[in-house]
Design a protein around this ligand. Structure first.
Ligand code: ATP
Ligand code: MG
Length: 409
């Protein structure tokens, strides 16, 4: 069974038991647009206790706010009781919810295109908020007064940019001007939540349009203090040059392509990303320009190639060159690099060192930082092809030890 079929099964069981139950929100929008929906949510006038009684396996984590998760077959369906919300003191979470009917539930939703219901039994769209008209016009418009709706929950400003990017819809002028005048307040939203929306915007193929909206609205500067106009203009050009499908780390590095690395990495801290993601971004930004160096040592090239981020670094550099008016020379350098890599053939990029630490100590090296330096220099010589056998490596190490005098006493 698909997610949709499972949700419909839930709806039919609720209906048979005398409740009103409908598909709600994003999935209705996506069905009308004939795009695949990410999840199928159910809204109902049944109270959480009623829902729990009707299904054998449920998760009650959000029951207080009217949300019950139903486990059916191998799927999960979110069933939410029609509700209104009030008292958003923190600019994000309602402090009071009240169970109501479908029309009022539509009114608490963010945008008209997200505020529709669908009755799969009668095969009818139920639209209290003129969502269908805006879907036809390709418009993102808040339900109710834009200023008020954003002041309840500032995250909605980023959601507007996200939906506009993903759907290729324009943001309706009053909604847009409310975003621009409230952009600074986005800092009330946690870095983690901002990151989720930013990721959805930047991994989308339409990312450069999304990034321009973030800049023009003032959201980009509010999220990343000091993100100057010259940075954002270059960012949009670089984002425009990336291939369609990219990882969030590459997209973020591209957003910061015109900024100093330290500035960019500090700003990324705001998003509370994982350590590996931060490392990925830092690698890409630190190594900007390095692939253009025709003189790059073979050992260094092999190390970069063997690392996990080479493809992304190449892609970032290619996009940067294409975004720069004087980037043609760099493109030629990248093409030369590709050829050099092809010529390397099947050579192993990260071979095992010819000698390990124990071998070096046995040759008389004293344990300590000197030993690390010896091992590293020897490995570079190995990658350069200067050392090919353990015997050659032993001789090379002995010469090195005599020269550096770090032998055991
Ligand atoms: P996606 O395809 O990305 O899942 P979606 O529209 O389904 O988009 P969700 O975040 O899954 O978005 O939320 C489901 C529905 O809940 C939305 O369509 C909207 O009606 C409502 N909603 C979600 N977040 C908010 C919010 N911050 N304020 C008001 N309504 C919201
Ligand atoms: Mg959804």
């Amino acid at each position: 069974m698909t997610n949709k079929q499972t949700a419909i099964k839930v709806i039919k069981r609720l209906s048979r038991n005398g409740f009103q139950a409908l598909l709600a929100g994003g999935c209705v929008r996506d069905m009308l647009l004939r795009r695949p929906a990410s999840d199928y949510d159910v809204a109902t006038n049944a109270q959480p206790d009623d829902v729990i009684k009707l299904f054998r396996r449920t998760l009650k984590v959000g029951a207080k706010f009217g949300v019950v998760i139903i486990l059916l077959e191998d799927k999960q369906v979110e069933v939410a009781t029609f509700r209104t919300e009030a008292g958003y003191a923190d600019g994000r979470h309602p402090s009071v919810v009240k169970f109501t009917g479908a029309a009022e539930d539509a009114g608490r939703r963010d945008f008209t295109i997200n505020g529709m219901f669908y009755d799969p039994v009668k095969e009818k769209v139920i639209d209290y908020v003129d969502g269908r008209a805006d879907l036809k016009k390709g418009l993102i418009r808040t339900i109710g007064k834009a200023k008020e709706r954003f002041n309840e929950d500032y995250l909605r400003m980023l959601r507007a940019v996200r939906f506009s990017t993903q759907l290729g819809f324009a943001i309706e002028p009053t909604t847009w001007s409310a975003i621009c005048s409230n952009a600074k307040k986005i800092t009330k939203i946690s870095g983690e939540r901002i990151a989720i929306e930013l990721e959805a915007i930047l991994v989308n193929p339409n990312r450069s349009v999304g990034a321009s909206m973030l800049t023009k609205s003032g959201l980009a500067k509010a999220i990343f203090p000091g993100f100057a106009k010259k940075y954002s203009e270059f960012a949009a050009n670089v984002l425009d040059q990336l291939r369609k499908k990219v990882d969030f780390a590459l997209a973020l590095a591209s957003l910061f392509a015109g900024c100093p690395t330290e500035f960019a990495c500090q700003r990324c801290q705001i998003l509370k990303l994982s350590r590996s993601r931060n490392k990925h971004i830092k690698f890409l930004l630190t190594n900007r320009g390095k692939l253009l160096d025709d003189q790059m040592a073979l050992s260094r090239l092999k190390m970069v190639l063997a690392g996990p981020y080479f493809q992304d670094l190449y892609e970032l550099q290619r996009a940067i060159q294409k975004a720069r008016p004087d980037g043609a020379e760099g493109i030629t350098a990248l093409t030369r690099l590709r050829k050099k890599i092809r010529d390397l053939g099947d050579v192993e990029l990260r071979p095992k060192p010819l000698l390990n630490g124990h071998d070096l100590i046995r040759l008389g090296a004293a344990p300590g930082p000197g030993l690390g330096q010896l091992a590293q220099e020897m490995y570079i010589a190995q990658l350069e092809g200067k050392l090919q056998t353990p015997a050659q490596a032993r001789q090379w190490a002995q010469t090195w030890l005599q020269k550096h005098k770090i032998v055991q006493k």
